[in-house]
Each structure stands twice: as structure tokens, then as C-alpha cells.
Design a protein around this ligand. Structure first.
Ligand code: WTA
Length: 636
């Protein structure tokens, strides 16, 4: 929107940042006023981090899809909203203008209504990266239903857990899916999940995507084309309260099952729109490409909502970076003339390892901003990205944020703030980070290293965890009273720039995917031969972190290769292939404190092959085990 100037100079940034701290309510209210609201707010912000209770734009009424779609019809109805690039480059590209997207979303919304889906009902998506996923998600928002997108790499069990937790009435999926050269039986996984007992599900809506045959359950299963295509292309938007739920997205934590992070309509809308515009310096006419999957928060905020709210043209890609060749991203950038490109360090490292020749020979001169997200980007990968993709002139935005934060919190803004390899740099306007030590003492200074926390809410912060508010409080707001705790450690340099070190809790970040060690352990423990297990992360060249599992078995294992295979199969079945351990070590015991707590610090060091400074192990219940594990680790 033209009335919100991009921050293009250090002065403009400074001014915006200072104002956002001095007068946060005025700052956000002004930005929010550019949207279409049916009723203005009575209060910009009320908050309490102890309970926690956070409300933005209280009393205001709106529908986010009117701001994503209807609002653009007059000014850019014929402009591309979504340009879809299929898995197989020989298949045709699909293009939706804002007008066409509006019509499709309305059709899908009417279809949901015909199925009895109402405001507040939960709808689960288990789909490949096809336009209908974005359409379906927006259709939910259109009628006030709550979407819960589950990444289509999760197993039937993981899917069933998420469907049950949210008590979804409807599941939307595809027949099958082709990801790279791999075929994924999407509908079959849904059938398996539902067979395990998900009584809340009344219907399954299936998109014919590959055309592969699937089995249909009469009365429950319907085809998307039978239901959606015959609907009216107009559907009035359900007018929502700013604090009504927009979506649930499950994410892993240090303990227990994944939790459903809840985002609401008004604040999330303002936040993802503003950060999209500023971080990517998006200007009308630009083409923006984010390689994330809509199954993760990056896809929600920076493929669907942020770009569409900004009236942007966005490339949505079904496939993988290496299919049919490792030049696929660069081919897409050149084919369409992409201006902003947003991907993950794991993809950069994987492509870097396959050789420069795949990127060389590409023009790439359309690029203006390169983005990175999901995990720390190591300096080698940063420089490769900068040199080979950015040709040493395109700025890189290393964007730090989380499912819980809704949008980007710490990132350079090209032109307005500096970039520094390895650093997410400065907080965006409206964001007030701080570092604390283990006891919660505020670390002053610019130079410090500690736990990354935030002392003031921004509009996109999570409001609760679905069905369990207490869990939200204990996870994020209780370690350090009065602060939101991210779970990450960070370092601040003399200029006040932040460098993210990584998780300080029992969450590992594998290829940018968050995996809870407890989840993997619970899965491994289901193997009948397993007595106990301990899972830790270790440095991995491509994935950032790999998964290392220490396993105690009931009996000596005669065939370790076969046993490992079985363990991988259990984990794949319980969670999905993304959680498969890279290394499994069979041990006779685990180092424990006298109170029975596993000493993960020691296990992490051994997994990293870092045998220095193990610390004093004499206080352990079983100090002798450390040497055994260490010797065994050499052979894994
Ligand atoms: C990590 C993804 C370093 C971090 C948007 C965080 C990062 C977790 C960065 C959230 C970055 C994300 N530099 N680490 N630029 N971005 N992380 O919820 O540990 O899938 O806590 O959200 O990813 O992962 P999530």
C-alpha cells in the first residue's frame, strides 16, 4: 500500500524504531489504519505477560481475506497474485490473478459452508504445495473457520494427534503427491490417521492432483472438483473480532507432544504485512519467491498472508531444490525474473555442496533481496549465497523468528540497516529484545551473551497454545517473569547487533525443522527391545543439526544394522521421516545424576565428537558409563 513508506535509510529506520518504543500504540495504530476494518478498535493494546493475556486492536472487526483479496480488486485485480511452479518443470505453470484468486477462495468457502463448516470450526490441511492449499486456507479465513495445516511429511500417527488435539471437523488433502522423484500417498496417510480414531472428522475433501487412484469412503469422502467447482464465485466474508482465532499451527517444544500455537486475526495481519514489506523491501511490480512449505509458519506468514496483504505477486513452488537438477531454484528465478528470494540455510548448504556449476551461467540479475530463515546461517553458506547467487551486490536478510512470533522479529532491512554474516542484526521496529542469564538477570551492556527474551508484545505474538493455556504460560512466560522467552541463546555485539546461537532447550533444528528430543525418544521407546533412549542434536554439515540417539536395549543386539532399521521405521511411523535419527548408538547405560536426570550435556559433547572439557563426571551415578559411550561413539 502506497501510504506506508518503506524504510530505506538508516534515519528512517531509527525514527520508526524510536517511535515504536516511545509510543507503541500510536505506531501500530497508524499502520493498522491502512486496512479495511468493519469497526474500529476501542483499545490498541492490553497486555499482561504473567497470565499471559495479550490483545491487540480490541473491539475491532474485520476479515483478513478482504484485506488479502477484495481490497486489491479495483487497483490490481488483473495482477498476478500467485504464480505456481509445478514439481515437474515440463508441466505447465499456473497463474492466479487477484480476481481469479478471489473467485476461487469464495468458491471453496461456499463449499466449506455446504459441508456445514462454521465460524470457529477447525479444518485440517494435509496437502502438497499446490494453489488449492493457499485457496483452502483463505477459504477457512473467509468464513471464520480455523485452519490447522499439517506438513505433508508427517506420519499418519502425527497427523492423527494433531487432528484430535484440534478436534477438526474436516480434513482437506490431495490424492497423492510427487515431490522430486518421490511419490507420496497423501490420501492413504489420511485414511490411516482416521482409522486410528478421529471421531471429530465428518468429511475428507480430496483434490485430484496427480490423478492416481485412491480409495473413497462413501458418505465421508468427497472430491474437491465435485463440490468446489459448482459453487458461486462470491461469498460474503464473516466479520471477525480482531482477537478471534485465525489459525493453529503445531510446533515442537522440549517436552511432550507438539503444541498448537494460536494466532489471531487482527494483530497477525498487521504484523506480517508490515514485516513483509520492510524486510523484503517489496515494491509494486516485484515478483517474490519463498521456497518454504505452507506446512510451516514461514509459508503461512510469507507465502500466503504477508505477500497477499501487501498486494504482492508471489511464486509458490511445489518441488524440491534438486529436482530435476540442483539448478531448479536458479532456473525459476531466471524464468520469471524473481526480485526477492527467501530460502533456508539447509537448502543453501545442500546446493553449495553440489558444486558452483549449477548456479553459474544463470543470469539472476533480477534479484534485489536474498533471505534466509529457520536456523543459523553459517558464514561459509552466507558467503556462498552472497557471492554465487547475489553476485556480491544483493543484500542478504538473515531473518530470525519463530512459529510463536508470527512474523520476523530480528533482521536487517536492506538499505536501512547493515548486514553482517552470521548475524540476524537488529530488531525490527516494535521489537524490544533483551538478554538474560540463567537466573533471569538482565544483561546490560551492548556486549552480552544469554537467553533471548522480549519485554514488550508485538501484534503477531502467539496468544495461547490450543486447549492448554497453562502450557503457553509455562513454556514461554514463566522462566523469566515479565518476559517472553524464545528458547534461543544469542550474543550481542558492541553495536547492539544480535547473533543467534541456537536453541538452549531440548529442541533440535534439523534442516530448519523443529524437532523435540522427547518426541523422538518417545517414538524410539515404542520399539519392544528398547528400554530407554536419549536423543541429542549434533553439528551436521548440511542439515545444521543431525539427530543422535543413544539407546539401551533389553538384550544384546545380534544384528545392529537390522535393529537400526527397525528403530528408523518406528520413528518414521510415529513422527515422519524428518525425525529419523542420523546416528544410533547402542549403550548399556546413560550418564545420570544421582537424582536420575540424564546428563545431556555429556551426551551432546560425545555426539559432537568433542571430548574436551567433559567436566567433572565423578558426581554421576554411573561415571564409568561415560568412557564406554565415548569409545562406542567412535564406531557409530
Ligand atoms: C531457529 C521458523 C538462527 C531458532 C521461522 C528458532 C533461527 C527456531 C533463525 C524457530 C535465524 C529461525 N537464525 N536461528 N535466522 N530463524 N531460527 O518455529 O532456533 O520453525 O527458535 O520458525 O528456528 O523455528 P520455527
Amino acid at each position: 500500500m502506497s501510504d506506508t513508506p518503506l524504510l530505506t535509510t538508516p534515519e528512517a529506520f531509527r525514527e520508526a524504531y524510536d517511535r515504536s518504543v516511545r509510543d507503541p500504540e500510536g505506531f501500530w495504530a497508524e499502520l493498522a489504519s491502512t486496512f479495511r476494518w468493519h469497526k474500529p478498535w476501542s483499545r490498541v493494546l492490553s497486555w499482561n505477560f504473567d497470565r499471559p493475556e495479550i490483545r491487540w486492536f480490541e473491539g475491532a472487526r474485520l476479515n483478513i481475506t478482504e484485506n488479502c483479496l477484495d481490497r486489491h480488486l479495483e487497483t490490481r485485480g488483473d495482477q498476478t497474485a500467485i504464480l505456481w511452479e509445478p514439481n515437474d518443470p515440463s508441466d505447465p505453470t499456473r497463474r492466479y490473478t487477484y480476481r481469479a484468486l478471489h473467485t476461487e477462495v469464495c468458491r471453496a468457502a461456499n463449499a466449506l459452508k455446504e459441508l456445514g463448516v462454521r465460524k470457529g470450526d477447525r479444518v485440517c490441511f494435509y496437502m502438497p504445495m499446490v494453489p488449492e492449499l493457499a485457496i483452502g486456507v483463505l477459504a477457512c479465513a473467509r468464513i471464520g473457520a480455523v485452519h490447522s495445516v499439517v506438513f505433508a511429511g508427517f506420519s499418519a500417527n502425527a497427523l492423527a494427534d494433531r487432528i484430535q488435539d484440534a478436534q477438526c471437523r474436516l480434513v482437506i488433502c490431495s490424492d497423492t503427491n510427487q515431490r522430486g522423484a518421490k511419490a507420496i500417498p497423501v490420501k492413504e496417510v489420511v485414511d490411516e490417521a482416521l482409522a486410528s480414531g478421529c471421531p471429530s472428522v465428518e468429511h475428507v475433501l480430496i483434490l485430484r492432483h496427480t490423478g492416481d487412484p485412491v480409495s473413497m469412503t462413501a458418505g465421508r469422502d468427497l472430491w474437491w472438483h465435485d463440490l468446489v467447482d459448482r459453487q458461486e464465485g462470491d461469498c460474503p466474508a464473516e466479520i471477525m473480532d480482531a482477537e478471534d482465532m485465525l489459525f493453529i499451527l503445531y510446533t515442537s517444544g522440549s517436552t511432550g507432544k507438539p503444541k498448537g500455537v494460536v494466532h489471531t486475526c487482527g494483530g497477525y495481519m498487521v504484523y506480517v504485512w508490515y514485516t513483509f514489506l520492510q524486510v523484503f523491501q517489496y515494491r509494486q511490480g516485484d515478483l517474490y519467491f519463498c521456497t518454504a512449505d505452507i506446512g510451516w509458519i514461514t509459508g503461512h506468514s510469507y507465502i500466503v498472508y504477508g505477500p497477499l496483504l501487501a498486494g504482492a505477486s508471489v511464486v509458490m513452488f511445489e518441488g524440491v531444490p534438486t529436482f530435476p537438477t540442483p539448478a531448479r531454484f536458479w532456473d525459476i528465478i531466471d524464468k520469471h525474473g524473481v526480485h526477492q528470494f527467501y530460502t533456508a540455510p539447509t537448502a543453501i548448504r545442500a546446493l553449495m555442496a553440489l558444486g558452483d556449476e549449477w548456479v553459474e551461467g544463470h543470469d539472476l540479475s533480477s534479484l534485489k533481496v536474498l533471505g534466509s530463515v529457520g536456523e543459523p546461517i553459517n558464514e561459509e553458506a552466507w558467503h556462498w549465497y552472497h557471492r554465487h547467487v547475489g553476485r556480491e551486490k544483493v543484500p542478504i536478510v538473515d531473518t530470525w523468528w519463530q512459529t510463536e512470533t508470527g512474523g520476523i522479529l530480528i533482521s536487517p532491512i536492506p538499505g536501512a540497516t547493515p548486514m553482517k554474516p552470521g548475524y540476524a542484526t537488529f530488531p525490527l521496529p516494535g521489537i524490544q529484545p533483551c538478554l538474560v542469564d540463567n537466573e533471569g538477570r538482565l544483561l546490560e551492556g551492548p556486549v552480552a551473551e544469554g537467553m533471548l527474551c522480549f519485554r514488550f508484545p508485538w501484534p503477531g505474538i502467539l496468544r495461547t497454545t490450543y486447549g492448554d493455556h497453562e502450557r503457553c504460560r509455562t513454556t514461554y512466560f514463566s522462566q523469566f517473569p515479565g518476559l517472553y522467552f524464545s528458547g534461543d541463546g544469542a550474543r550481542r555485539d558492541a553495536d547492539g547487533q544480535y547473533r543467534i546461537i541456537g536453541r538452549v532447550d531440548d529442541v533440535i533444528n534439523v534442516s530448519g525443522h523443529r524437532i523435540g528430543t522427547a518426541e523422538v525418544e518417545n517414538a524410539i521407546n515404542l520399539h519392544p527391545e528398547v528400554v530407554e533412549s536419549a536423543v541429542v542434536g549434533y553439528p551436521h554439515d548440511i542439515k545444521g543439526q543431525g539427530i543422535y540417539a543413544y539407546v539401551i536395549t533389553r538384550h544384546p543386539v545380534p544384528d545392529t544394522a537390522a535393529f537400526r532399521k527397525e528403530v528408523l521405521a518406528v520413528v518414521t511411523k510415529e513422527i515422519g521421516p524428518i525425525a529419523k535419527p542420523d546416528r544410533i548408538q547402542i549403550v548399556s547405560g546413560l550418564p545420570k545424576t544421582r537424582s536420575g536426570k540424564i546428563m545431556r550435556r555429556i551426551l551432546r559433547k560425545i555426539a559432537a565428537a568433542d571430548f574436551s572439557g567433559m567436566g567433572d563426571t565423578s558426581t554421576l551415578l554411573n561415571p564409568e558409563i561415560v568412557e564406554e559411550i565415548r569409545a562406542g561413539a567412535m564406531k557409530v
